[in-house]
Design a protein around this ligand. Structure first.
Ligand SMILES: [Zn+2]
Length: 139
């Protein structure tokens, strides 16, 4: 009769099963997908979330334009705005329209995004409205 892996080496099988539990215990705190620069962290350190404005919620520097979409200037303090974790996640998942919260206090950040990423692209990313169409020039 053929023996199973457990019968051949019970300790090795047990180690293999327990390996995942050990690695879970060693896991580090999840890191941000696009880490903020020291200047960006300093900018947001004393700020409140621009959406909920709840002073009890810690804020994170959230890139207005994802670093992957526009790496140029991504470490500049104007590239981020302060959001709490819940709003940051919603924005990164394209479930949050930030435009109503950016005007007028975060106009510099909006202008910085437009300068690097373009007006229409910035509007689409910030609002989550990807269906915006721009009329073509009539020549
Ligand atoms: Zn918030």
């Amino acid at each position: 009769m053929k023996r199973t892996a457990l019968q051949r080496d019970p300790q090795a099988t047990s180690d293999w099963v327990n390996r995942s539990q050990r690695s879970t215990a060693r896991k580090q705190k999840p890191r941000a997908i696009s880490p903020a620069s020291p200047a960006q962290r300093a900018k947001c350190r004393l700020a409140v979330c621009i959406v909920c404005q709840n002073p009890l919620r810690p804020v994170q520097p959230a890139h207005l334009i994802d670093r992957s979409l526009c790496p140029e200037g991504a470490d500049d303090p104007r590239a981020v705005i302060p959001l709490c974790a819940a709003e940051h996640r919603a924005y990164d998942q394209h479930d949050l329209d930030l435009l109503p919260y950016l005007e007028p206090h975060y106009r510099a950040e909006l202008a910085f995004a437009v300068e690097r990423f373009g007006l229409v692209s910035t509007y689409k990313r910030v609002t989550g409205d990807w269906d915006v169409r721009v009329n073509e020039r009539a020549d």
